[in-house]
Design a protein around this ligand. Structure first.
Ligand code: GDP
Ligand code: IMO
Ligand code: MG
Length: 430
């Protein structure tokens, strides 16, 4: 049997998942996205070429890999086509490598309109979503009224379902001062959607099973991060999907034995984009420096990311929930200039010391971090590929983090480029 790796984020997203899915895909034959949608932004840097992917799995630059979008993903046809066209214009072949599950719910223009209108109406209570229609699309899925890719095969039936969906959403759209669902416009676009999407439709669970039987490596690519999980994250300041390891199974269609190794991508500090509690957030010059050195602007919306110290309480929890085998510690080089480094080792909640985060946003907002300080190394780690070449203070910092989160660090990222890594243990090696 094969050795399959699941890559996921242990914080609030943007940990560097795309870089490592791309890197690990060199040994895989199948890469599967299993949740989220085009709210994700995964950046791949190879030499002077930067590629940002939103929906297409980050194995796409690798010619020997099939990329699959599993049933757990909510799919915007417009976003997918734009992404495919952009890559193909650069000479990267996509059409022959990409397959989609027929069970993916479609994100339609009214989902996006509802998402944005709700955020606007929420004022200071807004979640700070990406405005891509993700929440409303997942609501339709669990509400059992989603239009799915497979529905495109029967146009008449599609339109019947669409009219029912319109009847459901129109009063809300109108209440927000928006136009009702434009059934005619969607009907007119159906031949085009069917023509492009139906040929890509495949049995993703069958494909995973087939590859595993053949002994191929299968790579699962998570989006967002554990603290954005709809159940385990900082609810309600979360995304609308499960982002944890368990979602890889239901969102792609395989059993627990299909995953041999869970790689927890973890930034050497913390960032968050959007609203919601963030105990270690820094509002000072250090926070600014992290943002500048780390180029902390969202790959999807361009929004500035909030920055703060490493939160071992949150990552400890994420490692536990996901069964993380090894951590990939990213953006170590961003800390190169700092004199001292704060590490949050516990929370204080109303005078009580916590080692794990409380459930939900309200209690977390009342937590104050308990810090430990370590000396910085104030020298460049950029591009280092050998552990022994890292400054002693950097090695001490990494040792301390892995002890605090009770999980070994197997990879260290020292720059955005595919080649800028220290490999302590390669996830495919047993
Ligand atoms: P993802 O959503 O988890 O795939 O992460 P993003 O692509 O949204 O954000 C990570 C950003 O950090 C991207 O711009 C990467 O190119 C960059 N990056 C990844 N690893 C490193 C690293 O080790 N050092 C530095 N300086 N940048 C990195
Ligand atoms: P990647 O895969 C960081 C955040 C949004 C918002 C919340 C809900 O690149 O790590 P949504 O549009 O999903 O309903 O927004 O989730 N968010 C992300 N933050 N990285 C992401 O993806 C994110 N996807 C969603 O900013 O706070
Ligand atoms: Mg991102």
């Amino acid at each position: 049997m094969s050795d399959s790796v699941l890559v996921l984020g242990t914080q609030w997203g943007d940990e560097g998942k795309g870089k490592f899915v791309d890197l690990l895909s060199s040994e895989a034959r199948l890469v599967v996205r299993f949740q989220g949608g085009h709210n994700a932004g995964h950046t791949l840097v190879i030499g002077d070429e930067t590629t940002v992917l939103h929906l297409i799995p980050s194995g796409i630059l690798n010619d020997a890999v099939t990329c699959a979008i599993g049933n757990g993903v909510v799919l915007s046809p417009a976003a997918l086509f734009a992404e495919i066209d952009k890559l193909e214009a650069r000479g990267i072949s996509v059409a022959d490598k990409l397959v989609v599950s027929g069970a993916c719910p479609l994100i339609m223009p009214y989902h996006e309109a509802l998402d944005q209108a709700r955020e606007k109406a929420a004022g200071s209570e807004a979640i700070g979503t990406t405005g891509r229609g993700i929440g409303p699309a997942y609501e339709d899925k669990v509400g059992r009224r989603a239009l799915r890719i497979q529905d495109l095969a029967d146009r008449e039936r599609f339109l019947e379902k669409l009219r029912a969906v319109a009847a459901h959403h129109d009063p809300t759209l109108v209440r927000h001062g928006l136009d009702p669902v434009d059934v005619d416009a969607i009907a007119a676009s159906l031949p085009h959607l069917a023509e492009r999407l139906l040929p890509m439709m495949a049995d993703v669970p069958g494909l995973i099973a087939e590859h595993r039987k053949r002994g191929d490596q299968v790579l699962f690519e998570g989006a967002q991060g554990t603290l954005l999980d709809v159940d385990h994250g900082t609810y309600p300041f979360v995304t609308s999907s499960n982002t944890v390891a368990g979602a890889a199974l239901s969102g792609s269609g395989c059993g627990p034995d299909a995953i041999d190794y869970v790689l927890g991508i973890t930034k050497a500090y913390t960032t968050r984009v959007g609203a919601g509690p963030f105990p270690t957030e820094l509002f000072d010059a250090v926070g600014e420096e992290l943002g500048e050195r780390g180029n902390e602007f969202g790959a999807t919306t361009g929004r500035q990311r909030r920055c703060g110290w490493f939160d071992a309480v949150a990552v400890r929890r994420a490692c536990m929930i996901n069964g993380v085998t090894g951590i990939c510690l990213t953006k170590l080089d961003v800390l190169d200039t700092l004199e001292d480094l704060g590490i949050c080792i516990g929370y204080d909640l109303d005078g009580e010391r916590l080692d794990h985060p409380p459930l939900g946003a309200d209690a977390l907002a009342r937590c104050t971090p308990v810090y430990e300080t370590m000396p910085g190394w104030q020298s460049s780690t950029k591009g280092i590929t050998e552990r022994d070449k890292l400054p002693q203070a950097a090695r001490d910092y990494i040792e301390r983090l892995q002890a605090l989160v009770d999980t070994p660090v197997h990879l260290i990222s020292t720059g955005p480029d595919r080649s800028e890594n220290v490999v302590v243990k390669w996830p495919y090696d047993r």
